[in-house]
Design a protein around this ligand. Structure first.
Ligand SMILES: [Zn+2]
Length: 424
């Protein structure tokens, strides 16, 4: 048994505790309270005191692409054009060996552990790179095996067979910490029949699903009218893809995939009725404000997501489009752009955004019974953030000091299942 103590403990499930402590026994948290209370109960226990610091649940980065960590900064010249970005990315990826991709993915996972991120929702096209990276770094996560470019109904059965094979090969190596899900990439790169097959399989086997959805005005136009940015690609590959002439979210619902309660990444262009569908189907949202801004895709209505009661977490997206995995910075950015969004319904508080960065992400990934708060019974996935930098002084309010004056570089300890993963 060990006791972690610090000037502030933020359980997230309850108000911050001044001069707090957390008891960790093995993999789990067994008590949270004031330092006096906890030390009074266990006067001879080993205490690790972090002093002027904050102990909180580890951050959940619920949308990432670790396997393209090597492309950090390599795509910034084409970021104004999403299609060119995707095409350049594919070219760069094809020129790299599996070892290079794997090593970069591991460094991406290390960036996360140094940033207090204890859990990733990682999308993998190759699958193995992100999966092995999370395991090697000792982190928790779900690796969502992504579909290949498969928008044609005529090949849906074969596309699904290939996907199932990749899924099975990863699932055989899943661990207590890292599980495997599926990611049909997007409404316009996956056929209706393939969505249906994935939906049936995922619902029958309780497999977690994540989808890029309603990410841009270009996607909107394509799904709604059948015209626009991807039509040349379909023509080039001789693909038959018919626009459903609805919103992306309505279309996804019509395929049956929302029955699998997927985690929907981005949701920038969603309407109130789309949000109502997301809520009704028990789906969730990975909010990626920095990636959305870097592509110029617009503002996702973050406060509307929160007010609707949909589980919403934060995602860095890939470092090729962010260019960093720093959930504190993502939180700050999320709060700032939500406040500044034209038509913003209200101000987002620091407390709400910290909740999204921890418990929200855990709930969005279906992991909130295991992680996301500091409460007895939960796994000891914990981040410790130093609060003694001059740029954080004075700490008048611990939540605003964390969100508005701290970054990942203030993180001094990261635990997963009670074990340090800061320097694996
Ligand atoms: Zn993404």
């Amino acid at each position: 048994m060990k006791i972690l103590s610090a000037k502030w403990v933020l359980p997230i499930s309850s108000e911050p505790i001044v001069d707090g402590a957390v008891i960790v026994e093995g993999e789990r948290i067994t008590a949270v309270g004031t330092r006096d209370e906890i030390l009074g109960r266990f006067p001879s226990a080993m205490v690790e005191d972090f002093g002027e610091a904050a102990i909180l649940p580890g951050f959940v980065n619920c949308h990432s692409h670790l396997e393209i960590t090597a492309m950090r900064g390599a795509l910034d010249d084409v970021e104004h054009d999403f299609r060119s970005w995707l095409l350049k990315l594919n070219g760069l990826r094809a020129a790299m060996s599996d070892e290079e991709i794997g090593e970069a993915a591991f460094h991406g996972a290390l960036e996360g552990s140094r940033a207090g991120v204890t859990c990733f929702g990682d999308i993998g096209r190759s699958g193995h790179a992100g999966f092995e990276a999370l395991k090697r770094a000792g982190l928790r996560g779900v690796l969502y095996q992504e579909t290949e470019f498969s928008p044609d109904d005529r090949t849906a059965e074969e596309d699904f067979a290939r996907l199932r094979e990749k899924f099975a090969s990863l699932s055989g190596n899943a661990t207590e910490l890292v599980e495997v899900g599926l990611s049909p990439h997007s409404p316009y790169t996956v056929s209706r029949d393939l969505f249906r097959l994935i939906a049936e399989f995922a619902s029958a086997n309780e497999v977690k699903v994540s989808i890029h959805a309603a990410e841009s005005a270009d996607e909107d136009e394509l799904v709604l009218t059948g015209n626009g940015f991807f039509t040349e690609v379909y023509a080039k590959f001789g693909v038959e893809w018919t626009s459903p002439r609805t919103s992306s979210i309505e279309y996804l619902e019509s395929t049956g995939i929302l029955d699998a309660r997927p985690l929907l990444a981005h949701c920038v262009t969603v309407s109130e009725s789309d949000i109502a569908i997301i809520k009704r189907t028990g789906s969730s949202i990975a909010h990626c404000p920095k990636s959305n801004a870097k592509f110029g895709h617009g503002y996702a209505p973050f406060e509307r997501f929160l007010d609707s009661g949909v589980p919403v977490g934060l995602g860095s997206d890939s470092v090729a489009s962010n260019n960093m995995c720093d959930i504190l910075e993502e939180s700050r950015f999320a709060a700032l752009v939500a406040r500044n969004r034209p038509g913003s319904a209200r101000f987002i508080s620091a407390s709400e955004v910290l909740r999204a960065a921890t418990l929200g992400g855990a709930a969005a990934m279906g992991l909130d019974e295991k992680i996301g708060t500091l409460e007895p019974g939960k796994y000891a996935d914990i981040a410790v953030i130093a609060m003694d930098h001059p740029g954080q002084q004075p700490v008048n309010d611990i939540e605003t000091a964390l969100v508005f004056s701290s970054t990942s570089r203030d993180v001094i300890e990261t635990l997963v299942n009670g074990k340090s993963v800061l320097k694996p």
